[in-house]
Design a protein around this ligand. Structure first.
Ligand code: F6R
Length: 606
C-alpha cells in the first residue's frame, strides 16, 4: 500500500526522503514521487516503477530543507507518472495521501466549477485543491477544514510553498507516525522509514492532525484541541531491516522462523504449561466466560485462524467460527452469548480486519483478543487483550514467519482458555513439549532447501497447480496454494482432498502438479486413497510426507520426507517446505519475489 515520508530539517532532506521510500518499498507500490520547497518554490520529481528510478531523476543540485515523498499503490487511476504523488494545487500546495477518498467525485465537481484544473485521475488531487481553496495563510486551518469534508480513510502530508518550516499531517484510518529528531522532525507511514534518522516516535491516533517544524511539533485531535501523546523509543535498529546475506527478504524470513518461534515462546511457557496471564491480567476473567470463539482475519492470517478452528474445537470442545474480515464486517452475524472475538493480523493495519473490530457490538461479546506482529499498530492499540507474535519485521510481501508465529500464538491461546476451564493437564504438557521442540525441528526442515529447489524446476512451465489436504492440513494446503500463486503467478487452488471427486478431479492430467502434505494422522488412509485417484488420472504427485506417512508405492511421485514425529505442531512444520517450494518456483520463474505485482504488504484500504 502507499507509503508517506515527510521531513522538516536544517539540512537538505531529499536523501532522507528517498531512503525513507526505499524502506517502505516492502509495502508494495507502482510509482513514487517527492516534492521539496526550494527558495519558496515547489519542486517535484516523479517516476513510474521503483524508487531507484525516482532517485536517478532527483536533481542533485536541488536542495530543500522541507519535503514530502510517496510510494503509490494505484486505486483511482492507472499507475502513471501523472497519477503519482505528490499532487500540487496551483503551484502552492503539495500533498501526499494514503487511502481512499470516497466522496471525491462530488468535491471534484464543485472544484471544477470554481475553476480548478485537474492533471490526474486520482482522488488525491481533489484534496490538494480543496486545501488550496481554504488556504489563507494558515495551513493547519485549511487542512482541518478540508478534512472535515472528506469521507473515507486517509493519511495526509501537506506543505505549502511560501512556508518552508511547516508540514501538516493527519490520519483517519491510515497509520501515521511522527519521528522526533534534533532540530528536525519527520512523519511517515511506519517507523521503518525513519530508523536511520531517529528512534523516537509518536503514534498518531484516529482523527489526529499534527503540525511539525524544525524545532517543534503539536498534535491536535479531530475537534482541533491541542493534545499530548506519549513519546516512544523503538528498539528496532536501522539494520534490522536488511536482507543480510540472503538474496530475498522472503528467504531470510523463512530461515528466521526457528528464532521467531523461540522468541514467540520466550517467557510464556514453562516446561509443561503456558504461564498465567500471557494474554494480560484481564484474560483469566474473560477466558472463564468463553463459550465459543469467532476468528476474523484476511489472507494468510485467515489461514492461521482456520487451522486454529480445528485445534480449538478439538481441544476445548467449543464451537469456533472463522471468517474473512471483508465478509464479516458487512454482514449481520448471529452471535451466541459469551463469544470471544479474535483478530489475527501481521501488520495490525489491515483495513477490513480493523473495521471488523471497530464495528463490533462489544456488548454481544465477552471480550476481544488480537494476535499481531507490530506492537505500534492500530489493532494492538484498539484491542482489549493482545498477544504479540514477536516474529520481528516481515518485509517480504508473502507472509512466512508471521504465519508460523501466529499458529504458535493460537496454540497458546487455546491452552490459556483451556487452563481456566480445566483442560486435561497431560494434553497441555504434550503440546508445550512439542512447542519447545519446534524451533529445532524447523531448523532441521530447512535442510530440505536444496532438494526442494531441485523439485521446483518441475513447476517452471506450469500454469496451474492443485494443493490437497485433509483436516487441519486443509488450511495448510490453502496457505501453500496462496504462497505459490502470489509470488510465482501460477494459478494454484487448494481443496480438501475428499472434495476431489466432486469436481476438481476433472482438471487432473499429466500437466497438473498436485501437491499434498501427508501427516501421519487418523486421516492418512483416506488421504492415500485420494492420492490414488490423482495417480489413476495421470496426475503428478508432489508429496511432503511426515514420518510414518510415506506412500507404499511411490512410483513416479516426487516424495520429500519430513523427519518429525509430532501431533499438535504438525501443521506448523508442514508449512516450511511449502514456503520453500513457492519461493524456489518464483525465483526460477524470475518474478519479483519480495514485491510481487499488484500486491501490497500492509493493506490499509478495503
Ligand atoms: C499473503 C499475505 C496476505 C496477508 C493479508 C493480511 O502472503 O501476506 O494475504 O496475510 O493481507 O495481512 P495482515 O496479516 O497484515 O492483516
Amino acid at each position: 500500500m502507499c507509503g508517506i515520508v515527510g521531513a522538516v530539517a536544517q539540512r537538505d532532506v531529499s536523501s532522507i526522503l528517498i531512503e525513507g521510500l526505499r524502506r517502505l518499498e516492502y509495502r508494495g507500490y507502482d510509482s513514487a514521487g517527492i516534492a521539496l520547497i526550494d527558495d519558496n518554490k515547489l519542486q517535484r520529481f516523479r517516476a513510474l516503477g521503483k524508487v531507484n528510478e525516482l532517485a536517478v531523476k532527483v536533481n542533485p543540485n536541488q536542495a530543500g530543507a522541507i519535503g514530502i515523498a510517496h510510494t503509490r499503490w494505484a486505486t483511482h487511476g492507472v499507475p502513471s507518472e501523472n497519477n503519482a504523488h505528490p499532487h500540487f494545487s496551483r503551484q502552492k500546495i503539495a500533498l501526499v495521501h494514503n487511502g481512499i477518498i470516497e466522496n471525491y467525485k462530488d468535491i471534484r465537481t464543485k472544484l471544477l466549477a470554481d475553476g480548478y484544473e485537474f492533471e490526474s485521475e486520482t482522488d488525491t488531487e481533489t484534496v490538494a485543491h480543496l486545501i488550496e481553496s481554504y488556504f489563507d495563510g494558515d495551513l493547519l486551518a485549511a487542512v482541518q477544514k478540508a478534512v472535515d469534508q472528506l469521507e473515507g480513510t486517509f493519511g495526509l502530508g501537506v506543505i505549502v510553498s511560501d512556508d518552508p518550516n511547516t508540514l501538516v499531517a493527519c490520519r483517519k484510518g491510515s497509520p501515521l507516525v511522527v519521528g522526533l529528531g534534533i532540530k528536525e522532525n519527520f512523519v511517515a507511514s511506519d517507523v521503518s522509514a525513519l530508523l536511520p534518522v531517529t528512534n523516537r516516535f509518536i503514534y498518531l491516533e484516529e482523527g489526529d492532525l499534527v503540525v511539525i517544524s524544525q524545532n517543534d511539533y503539536q498534535v491536535y485531535d479531530a475537534n482541533g484541541e491541542a493534545k499530548e501523546l506519549t513519546i516512544n523509543t523503538t528498539e528496532l535498529s536501522a539494520d534490522a531491516i536488511n536482507k543480510g546475506n540472503y538474496k530475498h527478504y522472503m528467504l531470510k524470513e523463512i530461515h528466521e522462523q526457528a528464532k521467531a518461534v523461540a522468541d514467540c515462546l520466550e517467557g510464556r511457557i514453562s516446561e509443561n504449561n503456558v504461564l498465567d496471564s500471557v494474554f494480560g491480567p484481564e484474560s483469566e476473567r474473560i477466558f472463564k466466560q468463553v463459550e465459543q470463539i469467532q476468528i476474523v482475519a484476511c489472507g494468510t492470517s485467515y489461514h492461521a485462524g482456520y487451522v486454529a478452528k480445528y485445534w480449538i474445537e478439538e481441544l476445548l470442545g467449543r464451537p469456533c467460527a472463522i471468517e474473512v474480515a471483508s465478509e464479516f464486517r458487512y454482514r449481520q452475524s448471529v452471535v451466541p452469548k459469551d463469544t470471544l472475538f479474535v483478530t489475527l493480523s501481521q501488520s495490525g493495519e489491515t483495513a477490513d480486519t480493523l473495521a471488523a473490530l471497530r464495528n463490533l457490538p462489544m456488548e454481544d461479546y465477552c471480550g476481544s483478543v488480537s494476535i499481531c506482529n507490530v506492537p505500534e499498530s492500530s489493532l494492538v492499540r484498539e484491542s482489549s487483550l493482545v498477544l504479540m507474535t514477536r516474529a520481528g519485521p516481515e518485509i517480504g510481501v508473502a507472509s512466512t514467519k508471521a504465519f508460523t508465529t501466529q499458529l504458535v500464538s493460537l496454540l497458546l491461546l487455546a491452552i490459556s482458555i483451556g487452563k481456566v476451564r480445566s483442560m486435561d493437564k497431560t494434553i497441555i504438557s504434550d503440546i508445550v513439549r512439542e512447542l519447545i521442540a519446534l524451533p529445532r525441528q524447523i531448523e532441521s526442515l530447512l535442510f530440505l532447501d536444496k532438494q526442494i529447489e531441485a523439485i521446483a524446476e518441475n513447476f517452471i512451465d506450469k500454469h496451474h497447480a492443485l494443493f490437497l489436504g485433509r483436516g487441519v492440513h486443509y488450511p495448510i494446503a490453502m496457505e501453500g496454494a496462496l504462497k505459490l500463486k502470489e509470488i510465482s503467478y501460477i494459478h494454484a487452488e487448494a481443496y480438501p482432498a475428499g472434495e476431489l471427486k466432486h469436481g476438481p478431479l476433472a482438471l487432473v492430467d499429466a500437466e497438473m502438479p498436485v501437491v499434498v502434505v501427508t501427516p501421519n494422522d487418523g486421516l492418512l488412509e483416506k488421504l492415500h486413497s485420494n492420492m490414488q485417484e490423482v495417480k489413476a488420472r495421470g496426475g503428478k504427485l508432489y508429496v511432503f510426507a511426515h514420518q510414518g506417512a510415506k506412500l507404499e508405492e511411490p512410483g513416479e511421485d516426487v516424495v520429500v520426507e519430513m523427519d518429525c514425529e509430532t501431533r499438535w505442531t504438525t501443521p506448523i512444520l508442514s508449512t516450511i517446505p511449502l514456503q520453500l517450494l513457492s519461493y524456489y518456483v518464483a525465483v526460477q520463474r524470475g518474478t519479483d519475489v519480495d514485491q510481487p505485482r499488484n500486491l501490497a504488504k500492509s493493506v490499509t484500504v478495503e
